[in-house]
Ligand binder design. Structure first.
Ligand SMILES: Cc1cc2nc3c(=O)[nH]c(=O)nc-3n(C[C@H](O)[C@H](O)[C@H](O)COP(=O)(O)OP(=O)(O)OC[C@H]3O[C@@H](n4cnc5c(N)ncnc54)[C@H](O)[C@@H]3O)c2cc1C
Length: 393
């Protein structure tokens, strides 16, 4: 396949660059560059989301009729890559990348009309209630109980590792509606309001010292049945559909931008360790292989379709490359990376090759991104999925 830019692609890239020059304020760009996680605080992402929404560019992967851009895969890559290069803060994937496409696939006309515009505008900020203390890889064993009571379900139980639940006003959630059925058969997919009485959100602070994760408790929480996505007890089909977007959606454009910054600084320092220079060269080749695979898989899909089990392959490749880039980044900082005390660094004194920004983000990114091979379903489990669903073993 041809990865060269056509004249139209170059014209499109120039249009995106001009838009970014005009609209990406220094504050927003700094928030993007200083990000240590896929999840950036909504105080930065939501203003950027509103700017993109006003331009009609907030949901490149959605079908045009629901607010997508109608771009082809190359244009989507150019857009993602230019945004990452300029340091635009990545938007939360929960609404636009995960539940939005699922509502497009499974929602009633009323649900589509209600939720989709609010996801595009950022009015609704979503979190994902899948995992429970006893159910992660073995997700079908989940226990959060939902009992039918006239027009409502009444929820009791808990969800854990719920990213940004403390910011979200909505949750998409898997609940057990039939405890007697086989595990996969008794699950229902609900859309609920985080302000509903009986919901309590407790913080979990990560190794990097950040508050991203939470445990959410449900005590007699009433959720209207109009919030059910798909049929009762068929939530497993909806859940798997969503996971394909979670694992295979997005692109490696963000990794490309981080690697390019690392490469530039390592190459510009005459004292750079040759082993590190070689390692970065190898990482660039891995990135090119992933980009080609993304183009090959995603260009076959019509906008709005899930990538299927190939999403598991992309998830493994991207997260393992992300962790390798972070390791190289931390190596390049040497002793400066070890104690996480960016305030101690004085400009001009022993300036590490990556500059002060890397001191703030290097170790925190490294620690935070260790979770990349766990979240979204661990990489071991993705290998099992590929063995079964792709290789037929
Ligand atoms: C940073 C972060 C953010 C997260 N955000 C969310 C969120 O927003 N919402 C949400 O619902 N969940 C979230 N999760 C939870 C995540 O989906 C689970 O952690 C993940 O699915 C693994 O489940 P577990 O932690 O229970 O580990 P376990 O399932 O207990 O697995 C432990 C280890 O055993 C391995 N293992 C398990 N089963 C197999 C098998 N069959 N074959 C081979 N190896 C196996 C796993 O790979 C892993 O290494 C998040 C997790 C992290 C770390």
């Amino acid at each position: 396949m041809n990865l060269d830019l056509t004249a139209q692609d170059v014209e499109f890239r120039n249009e995106v660059r001009a838009f970014l020059d005009k609209n990406l304020t220094p504050d927003l760009a700094a928030a993007g560059r200083l990000a240590t996680s896929v999840f950036i605080e909504p105080e930065f992402t939501l203003p950027w989301q509103r700017i993109l929404h006003a331009r009609g560019w907030v949901a490149p992967h959605w079908p045009k009729e629901y607010g997508g851009t109608g771009w082809d895969e190359m244009q989507r890559y150019i857009f993602a890559s230019e945004c990452a290069r300029a340091g635009a803060p990545g938007l939360s994937p929960m609404g636009l990348g995960m539940v939005g496409p699922c509502i497009i696939g499974y929602g009633t006309p009323e649900q589509k009309a209600h939720y989709l515009p609010r996801i595009l505008s950022g009015e609704d900020y979503w979190c994902q209630g899948y995992s429970e203390p006893g159910s992660g890889s073995d997700l079908a064993s989940l226990q959060l109980k939902a009992e039918s009571d006239s027009d409502d379900y009444v929820l009791n139980g808990t969800k854990i590792w719920t990213t940004h639940a403390h910011h979200a006003n909505k949750m998409f959630c898997l609940v057990r509606t039939d405890p007697a059925a086989k595990p996969q058969m008794g699950i229902t997919f609900l859309l609920l309001d985080m302000k509903t009485p009986g919901i309590k959100v407790d913080p979990i602070i990560t190794l990097a010292g950040e508050h991203e994760l939470n445990q959410v408790f449900f005590d007699d929480v009433r959720v209207p049945k109009s919030g059910r996505l798909g049929a009762e007890n068929d939530g497993w089909s909806v859940a798997k559909y969503l996971l394909e977007f979670e694992r295979g959606g997005g692109s490696s454009a963000g990794l490309e931008a981080v690697l390019a910054r690392l490469q530039k600084h390592v190459h510009s320092d005459s004292n750079s360790d040759m082993a590190l220079v070689r390692r970065i060269g190898e990482l660039s080749m891995r990135l090119e292989a992933i980009k080609t695979t993304e183009q090959r898989i995603l260009s076959d899909l019509t906008s709005g379709q899930p990538p299927g089990p190939a999403g598991s392959m992309l998830k493994i490749q991207r997260t393992e490359l992300m962790q390798a880039i972070d390791e190289a980044g931390v190596s390049s900082l040497g002793a400066h990376a070890a104690p996480y005390q960016p305030d101690a660094w004085q400009p001009g004194a022993n300036a590490p090759i990556l500059g002060p920004e890397a001191l703030v983000t290097g170790m925190a990114r490294y620690l935070n991104n260790r979770a990349g091979s766990i979240y979204g379903g661990s990489n071991e489990v993705q290998r099992n999925i590929m063995a079964k669903a792709v290789l037929g073993l």
